[in-house]
Design a protein around this ligand. Structure first.
Ligand code: UDX
Length: 423
C-alpha cells in the first residue's frame, strides 16, 4: 500500500520505517527540514534500536521524507502521528492534530478514489470523531463520502519502539465504518498479533486506559513499597509473589522513584482532566499521580536522615534519563530530586550514560560528569535514579566517596551496603 505519515517524531518515524520494512511505499511528512534531510540521508534524528538499519534499507527505495503535502493524495492511507503535549491544566494540546487534519483535507480535496485517514497520536477519547473528521471533511466537500476514518493507537515503549511495532501484543483498529477498518488492516499485513476492531472513541480510550493502568501498577507497587520499608520487608520479594498470580502478572510492578517519560504523566493527567470535565471525580487516577509526585521526596528524606543538612554537601546523582536505554529526560524523576537538592544548597554532581546533554538544557546549574567515578569522587552521598544496567557493576567506585552513603531509587545496584528508596 501507499502510506503517508504526518509527523516524524519517535512514533511517526518508527511507524514509517517499520511500514517500509513491511513492504509499503511510505511518505513521511515532517515540518522540520533538518529532520527531513537527516532521514533522507538515512541518519535517524532519534536513537531507537533497529531504526538506523531500517532507514538504511528503505530510504530512497520505498521510504521518503518531505515537508510537503502535495503528493499525499497519491497515498491510500494517511496516518497522523503528530505530538499532543500537555497544556498547563493537564489536558492535551490538540493544535497539531487540528492543523494536520486541515492540511490532509486540503490535500484530498480533489481525490476521487477512496482514502483512509487514521489517527495514531494519543488523543482524548472523542477527538477523531469531533475534531479530525470535521477538519478533514470541511475541505473535501463532495468527496467527503470517499474518506474513511480510523483510530489506531500506538503502544511503543521508548528504546523498544521498533520491537513493539513489529511484535505488538495487539493491534487496535477503531473505525468510522467497516470499510475503513478493513482497508486499514492491510497496513499490518505480515504482523502476527490479535486485531481488535472497535469504534473510534473506544480505540482512543483503550490507549489511555492501558497507560493509566500501567501507571497504576507502578504507583501501587510504590505505595506497598513505602509500607514494606517501614516494616523491614523487601517489596521486591512481596511483588514477585503478587505477580505470579496469572491475573496480575509480574510486569510493571517494580517499586522505585516513580514513573516519568512523555507518556504516563501526560496520559494520566489528560484522563483526569477528561473525567473532571464530565463532573466525574477520578479519585484513583488522582492518587496514582499523587503517589508518583511524592515518591521522589522519599529518597530525599532518606538522604537527610543519613547525612543531615545538605548545604555544601557533594551529592552524586547517577542516572538522569526517565528510564534506561534513552537520552529522554521528559518528566524524569531525577528532575524534582535534583531541584530539591539544589534548593537545600547541595552541590550536585550528575552522570548519565546518555542523558547529560538533555538534562543540562533543563538544569544547567549542576555539574555534569563524564563517568560515575568522576561524580562519586569526594561525594558525601550517592543517589541512583535511572535503571541503567551498567550501574549494577559499581562497587569499588563507591570507595571514591567521602562516605559510602548509597541510596538506590531503581533496584539496579548489586553492592550490599546500598539502601533502597522503598526496600
Ligand atoms: C510507555 C508505555 O509502556 C508504552 O506502551 C506507551 O506506548 C508509551 O508509554 P515509555 O513511556 O516509553 O512507554 O516507558 P516505560 O518503559 O513504560 O516506563 C515508563 C516509566 O515507568 C519509566 O520512568 C520507568 O522507569 C517507570 N517504571 C516502569 C517503573 O517505575 N516501574 C516499572 O515496573 C516499570
Amino acid at each position: 500500500m501507499r502510506v503517508s505519515i504526518i509527523g516524524g517524531g519517535y512514533v511517526g518515524l518508527v511507524s514509517a520505517a517499520c511500514m517500509a520494512g513491511l513492504g509499503h511505499s511510505v511518505m513521511l511528512i515532517e515540518i522540520d527540514e533538518n529532520k527531513v534531510e537527516a532521514i533522507n540521508s538515512a541518519k535517524s534524528p532519534i536513537y531507537e534500536k533497529g531504526l538506523a538499519e531500517l532507514l538504511s534499507a528503505h530510504v530512497g527505495r520505498n521510504l521518503l521524507a518531505t515537508t510537503s503535502y502535495e503528493n499525499l493524495a497519491r497515498s491510500d492511507v494517511s496516518l497522523i502521528c503528530v505530538g499532543t503535549p500537555p497544556l498547563p491544566d493537564g489536558s492535551a494540546d490538540l493544535s497539531m492534530i487540528e492543523s494536520a487534519s486541515t492540511l490532509i483535507g486540503k490535500a484530498l480535496a480533489n481525490k476521487e478514489k477512496y482514502h483512509v485517514v487514521a489517527v495514531k497520536s494519543t488523543v482524548p477519547p472523542g477527538t477523531t470523531q469531533n475534531l479530525v473528521m470535521p477538519a478533514v471533511q470541511k475541505h473535501t466537500g463532495k468527496n467527503a463520502g470517499k474518506i474513511g476514518f480510523v483510530m489506531n493507537p500506538e503502544f511503543l515503549r521508548e528504546g523498544l519502539a521498533v520491537h513493539d511495532f513489529m511484535k505488538p501484543d495487539r493491534i487496535v483498529i477503531g473505525s468510522s465504518d467497516v470499510r475503513a477498518g478493513d482497508v486499514f488492516e492491510s497496513v499490518y499485513q505480515g504482523i502476527d498479533a490479535p486485531i481488535i476492531r472497535t469504534g473510534l472513541i473506544a480505540a482512543e480510550m483503550i490507549k489511555y486506559a492501558s497507560n493509566a493502568f500501567l501507571a497504576t501498577k507502578i504507583s501501587f507497587s510504590n505505595e506497598i513499597g513505602n509500607v514494606c520499608k517501614k516494616m523491614g520487608i523487601d517489596v521486591y520479594e512481596v511483588m514477585s509473589g503478587v505477580g505470579l498470580d496469572h491475573r496480575i502478572n509480574p510486569h510493571f510492578l517494580n517499586a522505585g522513584v516513580g514513573f516519568g517519560g512523555s507518556c504516563f504523566p501526560k496520559d494520566v493527567s489528560a484522563l483526569i482532566s477528561l473525567a473532571e470535565k464530565m463532573d466525574i471525580a477520578p479519585v484513583l487516577l488522582r492518587s496514582v499521580m499523587d503517589v508518583n509526585e511524592k515518591q521522589p521526596q522519599k529518597i530525599v528524606e532518606i538522604l537527610l536522615r543519613r547525612v543531615g543538612d545538605l548545604k555544601a554537601k557533594r551529592i552524586a546523582v547517577l542516572g538522569l534519563a526517565f528510564k534506561n536505554d534513552t537520552d529522554d529526560v521528559r518528566e524524569s524523576r531525577a528532575i524534582p530530586v535534583i531541584k530539591e537538592l539544589v534548593g537545600r544548597g547541595a552541590l550536585v554532581a550528575a552522570y548519565d550514560p546518555k542523558a547529560n546533554a538533555s538534562m543540562s538544557a533543563i538544569l544547567p546549574e549542576i555539574e555534569y560528569c563524564g563517568s560515575a567515578s568522576h561524580a562519586l569522587t569526594n561525594a558525601d552521598a550517592c543517589l541512583v535514579l535511572t535503571e541503567w544496567p551498567e550501574f549494577a557493576d559499581l562497587d569499588k567506585e563507591f570507595d571514591l566517596m567521602r562516605s559510602r552513603v548509597i541510596i538506590d531509587g531503581r533496584r539496579v545496584l548489586s553492592c550490599r551496603d546500598a539502601e533502597g528508596i522503598c526496600w
